[in-house]
Design a protein around this ligand. Structure first.
Ligand SMILES: *[C@@H]1O[C@H](CO)[C@@H](O)[C@H](O)[C@H]1NC(C)=O
Length: 365
C-alpha cells in the first residue's frame, strides 16, 4: 500500500476507533488512557511524516496539552493539581522537539556536493529558501507553544527542560534570521543564473564577469555568508552549471554529426570560455577590496582555488584530450585528401628518381 493511502486509512479508520472513548466503555481506566495515548502518538508520528514530505517540520503537541491552555500565571493551586502525566508528556515533547530542531539546524547546503552529486547554484538558492520557510514554520509553532503556556508551566515547575526549551527557541530565532538574510542576498543571483542557462554557450562569456560581480557583492555585504565553506559551495555549483551548459553545447551526437572543423571550433569556444571564467575569478579575487566599504575590514578569499575548480579542471583536461584526437583526425583527413589529389604521374616520377624504391617521404608531407 502506498504511504499516503496507508496514512489515510489510519486517519479515517484506526485512529478514530482507538480514540473514541465510546469504544472502550468496558475497559479499565488505565487501559483506556494507554490506548488514547498510543492513538495520539500514532497520529502525531503520521502528521510529522506527512509534513516532512512537504519539507516542513511539525512539532507535535503533547497529549492533553489543551488542559494546560488556561493555566493562570498567578494561580498556584492549578500547578499543584497539574497531573503528573501531563508534565511528563510536556517534558517528553520538549525532548522530541529538540531532536527535530537539531536535525533541521544541522542541515548543510554542501550535502549534495559531498554525496558526489553535481548540483547547480539553483540548489543553493533553494536550500536557503526551504530552510527559511521551515525555520519560520518551527518558530511559529514554538511561539504558539509559548502562548499556550506550555513552556511557562515548565518554568513554574522549575523543570530542567525549561532552559532547554529557551535555548532551542534562541537557536531557532538565530538560524531563521541567518537563513532569511542569506536568502535575501542570494536572490539577485537568480536572474544571472537563468540568463546563463538560457543562452547558447558561445554567448556565455560576456555574462561571467557580471555573475562573479554579484558573488563578490554577496561576499562583501552578507556577513552570514562570508565564510569560505559556504562560498566554495556556491562557486563549485557555478562551475557545475558551466560544465553542464558546455556539455549540452558539445553533445556527443552533435559532435559526431558535424564536420570535424566545426567540432574543433566548438571545443575551442568551450575551452576559451572556461579558461576565461578562471581568469575572471582570479581577477575578482585580487580586487575584493573594491567591494568593501572604506572602514570595513576586507575579508579575502583565503581558500584554495583548486577546490573550487576541481571538476572544471577535470573537464578541461578531458576536453584537451578530445581536442588532440580531433586534431589527429583532421590531420589524417587532410592527408587522405592530399593523397587523392596527388597526381599519379608525379608519384611514378618520384619512384623513378629514387631508383625504383617506393619512397615513404610524401606520406609525411
Ligand atoms: C526544497 O523543498 C522542496 C519541497 O519540499 C523539495 O522538493 C526540494 O528538494 C527542496 N530543495 C532543497 C535544495 O532542499
Amino acid at each position: 500500500m502506498p504511504t499516503s493511502l496507508f496514512c489515510a486509512h489510519l486517519f479515517q479508520v484506526v485512529i478514530p476507533v482507538l480514540a473514541n472513548e465510546k469504544n472502550h466503555l468496558n475497559w479499565p481506566h488505565v487501559v483506556c488512557q494507554d490506548v488514547r495515548r498510543h492513538a495520539h502518538s500514532l497520529q502525531c508520528d503520521l502528521l510529522v511524516i506527512l509534513e516532512q514530505a512537504k519539507g516542513k517540520t511539525l512539532l507535535p503537541l503533547p497529549v492533553d496539552s489543551e488542559k494546560v491552555e488556561f493555566v493562570d500565571s498567578e494561580s498556584e493551586t492549578i500547578l499543584e493539581s497539574t497531573d503528573k502525566s501531563v508534565i511528563y508528556a510536556i517534558e517528553s515533547a520538549v525532548i522530541q522537539w529538540s531532536r527535530q530542531v537539531q536535525v533541521v539546524l544541522k542541515r548543510e547546503s554542501s550535502q549534495p556536493l559531498q554525496q558526489g552529486e553535481n548540483p547547480t547554484p539553483e540548489v543553493e538558492l533553494e536550500f536557503w529558501k526551504n530552510r527559511s520557510e521551515d525555520l519560520e514554520y518551527i518558530y511559529n509553532q514554538l511561539r504558539t507553544i509559548k502562548v499556550k503556556g506550555i513552556a511557562g508551566l515548565l518554568d513554574k515547575l522549575q523543570s530542567s527542560y525549561f532552559p532547554a526549551f529557551q535555548a532551542m527557541f534562541r537557536d531557532v530565532v538565530a538560524a531563521l534570521t541567518e537563513a532569511q538574510d542569506i536568502h535575501a542576498h542570494l536572490v539577485p543571483l537568480q536572474r544571472h543564473l537563468e540568463t546563463l542557462e538560457s543562452l547558447e554557450f558561445p554567448e556565455v562569456k560576456p555574462r561571467l564577469q557580471p555573475l562573479l560581480h554579484v558573488v563578490c557583492l554577496i561576499w562583501a555585504t552578507c556577513e552570514s555568508y562570508r565564510c569560505p565553506g559556504r562560498l566554495t559551495v556556491l562557486l563549485q555549483e557555478i562551475c557545475n552549471l558551466l560544465v553542464q551548459q558546455a556539455s549540452r553545447y558539445l553533445s556527443p551526437e552533435d559532435l559526431l554529426r558535424s564536420e570535424v572543423e566545426e567540432s574543433q571550433r566548438k571545443l575551442q569556444v568551450v575551452v576559451d570560455t572556461l579558461k576565461f571564467f578562471k581568469q575572471v575569478f582570479q581577477d575578482r579575487r585580487e580586487n575584493l577590496q573594491s567591494y568593501f566599504k572604506e572602514n570595513q575590514e576586507v575579508r579575502e578569499w583565503d581558500f584554495q582555488s583548486s577546490l573550487v575548480f576541481m571538476r572544471l579542471d577535470g573537464f578541461l583536461g578531458r576536453l584537451h584530450m578530445v581536442q588532440v584526437s580531433v586534431l589527429t583526425h583532421i590531420r589524417a583527413l587532410a592527408l587522405r585528401r592530399s593523397e587523392k589529389s596527388r597526381d599519379p604521374d608525379r608519384i611514378r616520377k618520384g619512384l623513378r628518381q629514387h631508383g625504383g624504391q617506393p619512397s615513404t617521404d610524401w606520406k609525411n608531407t
